[in-house]
Ligand binder design. Structure first.
Ligand SMILES: Cc1ncc(COP(=O)(O)O)c(C=O)c1O
Length: 376
């Protein structure tokens, strides 16, 4: 049996929507993007969404549009994809890492206040694997120290915790529609915000700072555009939006299927010696984006390779950002600084996890892992 690490779930509905878009006049940013922004905002319960080319673009524009840049610090987690901290650097600011909770992998809100300096301007929590960070605690800290909050919600479209939904307590929240995400357009992203002013700034920033995009320039009569600040080229296309629109209607159904896959894995792997899992806390509805397990660190890579030999796709989410060569060199970061993130980074393995996985495939992955663990 072969179990790919990920298989997308693009169906006939997406193909039909894409076909319609491709037969239309505008394949770059236009009506489909506006529709996506409106429907995704409705799903999130957020007033505004801006469609972009990636979550990285979203995090970058959010930091920049909130007026954070050179000389400023943004607190974030080392247990994330490098995109999170890179986006802070793209905006000219400095990422300041805070260690994680060992049981969830999320930033430890109890350690945030100690990392605040007079240069701190924002907190960028990352909701790893689909579970929200302690947003109530982070919000309290941000309020007390007058800091902005920018959520990295690349893993967590569907997440809620303690009565708080993703994006509810922050200034801006970035989502990813990268190939392996719960919603996907191959590449793509979005930011949700509560302020109309910030939405307008993001809309302009995603397209060079232009005052009118192509679709609005060619309505009725030709209209000239102006440019009043230097923006980027991060606008979502109608092709991406066409692929995403039908998926919004399936989010809840797919989450139920993800939950079933999660439960089968947990049943199959129950009681396996030396195997651990991140905890989903009471009161937390995880988006169940990734299924990760913890194995003995010294055996981790061997287990990864043995799984691959058995034709099972694997990944590591994540090796901590502060240990990447660039971060060590540029910011003088080293091993020992964020011990919980380091421990997690050495023991974690991500297994295949998506709605189209069949029970026999899940059982094959679980049994293969169990057998490998027995022979170590
Ligand atoms: C936690 C996290 N943040 C940010 C990103 C970046 O997303 P994108 O590829 O859409 O820029 C990813 C992508 O994998 C991610 O996992």
């Amino acid at each position: 049996m072969k179990v790919d690490f990920f298989r997308h779930n693009i169906t006939a509905s997406e193909r039909k929507a894409l076909d319609k878009t491709l037969r239309g006049l505008f394949i770059s940013t236009g009506d489909e993007v506006s529709q996506f922004e409106e429907r995704f905002a409705r799903y999130l319960g957020s007033p505004y969404v801006v469609g972009l080319t990636s979550a990285t673009a979203g995090l970058h524009l959010a930091v920049e549009s909130l007026g954070i840049g050179r000389g400023d610090e943004v607190i974030t987690s080392p247990m994330s994809f490098i995109a999170t901290a890179n986006a802070i650097i793209h905006a000219g600011a400095t990422p300041m890492f805070v260690d994680i909770e060992p049981n969830t992998g999320n930033i430890d809100a109890r350690l945030i206040e100690d990392a605040i300096t007079e240069k701190t301007r924002a907190i960028m929590p990352v909701h790893v694997y689909g579970q929200l960070c302690d947003m109530r605690a982070i919000h309290r800290i941000a309020k007390k120290h007058r800091l902005k909050i920018i959520e990295d919600a690349a893993h967590s479209v569907e997440a809620r915790r303690d009565g708080v939904s993703v994006g509810q307590l922050s200034d801006a929240t970035a989502f990813s529609f990268y190939a392996t995400k719960n919603l996907t357009s191959g590449e793509g992203g979005a930011v949700s915000v509560h302020s109309k002013k910030l939405r307008d700034r993001l809309r302009q920033a995603r397209l060079h700072g232009m005052t009118k995009d192509a679709a609005s320039r060619y309505q009725k009569r030709f209209q000239h555009y102006d440019m009043n600040f230097c923006g980027w080229k991060y606008n979502m296309s109608n092709i991406q939006a066409a692929l995403l629109l039908p998926q919004i209607a399936r989010i809840e159904k797919n989450l139920k299927i993800r939950k079933r896959v999660y439960e089968i894995y947990m049943n199959e792997l129950d009681g396996v010696k030396n195997l651990g899992f991140p905890v989903i806390l009471p009161g937390s509805r995880s988006a169940l984006h990734l299924f990760t397990v913890w194995v003995p660190p010294r055996k981790r890579d061997k287990i990864l390779w043995r799984l691959e030999e058995k034709r099972i796709g694997v990944a590591v989410n994540f090796r901590p950002i502060h240990l990447m060569s660039y971060y060590r060199k540029t910011f003088g970061l080293k091993k020992g600084m964020f011990p919980e993130a380091e421990k997690l980074g050495e023991k974690v393995i991500t297994l295949p996890f998506y709605p189209t996985l069949k029970p026999e495939q899940i059982k094959y992955v679980a049994n293969t892992l169990k057998n490998i663990m027995k022979t170590l």
